[in-house]
Design a protein. Structure first.
Length: 440
């Protein structure tokens, strides 16, 4: 009998497993020092030193409609914005702290503008919310694993009330769930050590989330982290195990299944360079062909790709990110059908690339030209038609003399006049759509 939590999760995540491609956006005060979103922790900045960035945050070039148009052009179906990161700075007009965008020179609610812009483009919207907060006086300072004052005994925890912090944290989440209409994702980040699960009053928090927006999907980091997925990997997940797992900066070798062998919804969250937040010195950009193949790999393993951009201090997505996403979008225009709503093909990974599948339609993603015919293993007699996905042109099954010994396999040539497959029409990923015969 299916666990109730898993049954409800399947229904909530139906759109998510269709969408497959999303945009992650890390933006906040840390864009001003431009050394990554963890700068306050890594450089052990004091509250006072970090406050100087608050006083100059003006979001002068913040145009979320441009962000949304770029996401749509890239073929992304959902987006997640950092409403609050670990530094405690809030992009929305929270009533629970003064450490918020409306009190900076930006002078307004930046979350509302993001939501309006992405909804206008038909893109589903999510908010990232850090359950840790280095700014709050009741969050542990000295001795915490990451706090900027973790090594400073002058910031001891004797008079800090963690329950008071939890009341604040839960109340902020309630604000986001009640003041901004229908949301699609809450992306919580993150648990560590004994700071996990009921340490956050996770059962109560999830009851609130489900009561306010029962359709909402939630990641697994009330219980897990990038290092540990939690009970979402079991056949009996907890009430706060989340709706999807979120491996960070890697793609799982075989996708993700629970201990009963059943698939678990998941997305790989991955940066375009080596930082989440804006880092002026980081020019280590992943090229578009790598991004495309990352996306295909995720889908071939029943997963999503949540690809990050880090806008600069003014609110502009860096030009290299824009160019990469536009190039990905051109490929998606021709080949998105092999991504949306697709998943694992239940076939061995071929030597020349990967398979994705939707129903009786199989997609062969060719990364490398082949000597001889392209082999579709054990599909002889099972194919109705073959087409090049980009333009719909017919591809004929091959019955060349040198294939006669391998009758259990199907083959095709992309260049039938010369009996070869070089050059590939798209050297990044040539997608061939294979319609399989339905069982009688």
């Amino acid at each position: 009998m299916e666990n109730k939590n898993r049954a409800e999760r399947t229904e909530r995540t139906r759109w998510f497993t269709e969408a497959r491609f999303g945009m992650f956006i890390h933006w906040g005060l840390y864009a001003i020092p431009a050394r990554g979103e963890w700068v306050r922790s890594t450089e052990r900045m004091s509250h006072e030193d970090y406050r100087s960035y608050f006083d100059e945050f003006d979001a002068a070039s913040y145009q979320p409609r441009e962000w949304a148009r770029l996401a749509k052009k890239a073929g992304m179906k959902y987006a997640v914005l950092t409403a609050k990161h670990h530094d405690g700075f809030c992009l929305w007009d929270t009533k629970l702290t003064d450490f918020k965008a409306p009190n900076t020179p930006a002078g307004r609610d930046l979350v509302q503008e993001y939501l309006d812009a992405f909804r206008a483009e038909g893109i589903r919207v999510g908010l990232y919310f850090s359950i840790i907060d280095w700014r709050h006086p009741d969050f542990p300072h000295y001795g915490d694993r990451q706090h900027p004052h973790r090594d400073d005994p002058d910031y001891g925890n004797e008079n800090r009330d963690f329950n008071r912090y939890l009341e604040f944290m839960h109340a902020q989440i309630r604000e986001l769930l009640t003041h901004y209409g229908r949301l699609d994702i809450m992306w919580f980040d993150f648990s560590y050590g004994d700071m996990a699960g009921e340490k956050w009053r996770a059962s109560d928090l999830m009851k609130m989330v489900r009561s306010l927006q029962p359709h909402l999907i939630v990641d697994n980091r009330l219980e897990g982290s990038g290092e540990n997925s939690g009970t979402i990997l079991t056949a009996n997940p907890s009430d706060y195990a989340g709706d999807f797992a979120c491996p960070e900066q890697m793609i799982p070798p075989q996708g993700i299944r629970n201990d009963a062998g059943e698939p678990v919804p998941w997305e790989a969250c991955i940066t375009l360079n080596n930082h989440w937040g804006y880092c002026a010195a980081d020019h280590h950009w992943k090229p578009a062909d790598m991004v495309i193949r990352m996306l295909v790999e995720c889908v071939s393993k029943n997963g999503n790709l949540l690809l990050n951009v880090g806008p600069d201090a003014k609110g502009r997505i860096p030009r290299p990110s824009v160019e990469i996403l536009e190039e990905v979008g051109r490929w998606m225009e021709d080949n998105g059908r092999s991504i949306y709503g697709c998943g694992m093909a239940d076939l061995a990974k071929p030597e020349w690339g990967r398979f994705t599948r939707r129903g009786n339609t199989l997609y062969a993603h060719l990364y490398e030209p082949q000597v001889g015919g392209v082999c579709l293993p054990h599909l002889a007699g099972k194919i109705e038609k073959i087409r090049l996905l980009a333009d719909g042109s017919e591809i004929l099954p091959a019955d060349y003399w040198n294939l006669a010994e391998y009758r259990e396999h199907a083959f095709f040539f992309l260049n039938p006049q010369s009996f070869d497959n070089y050059p590939l029409p798209d050297p990044v990923d040539t997608v061939v759509e294979i319609t399989l015969k339905r069982d009688p």
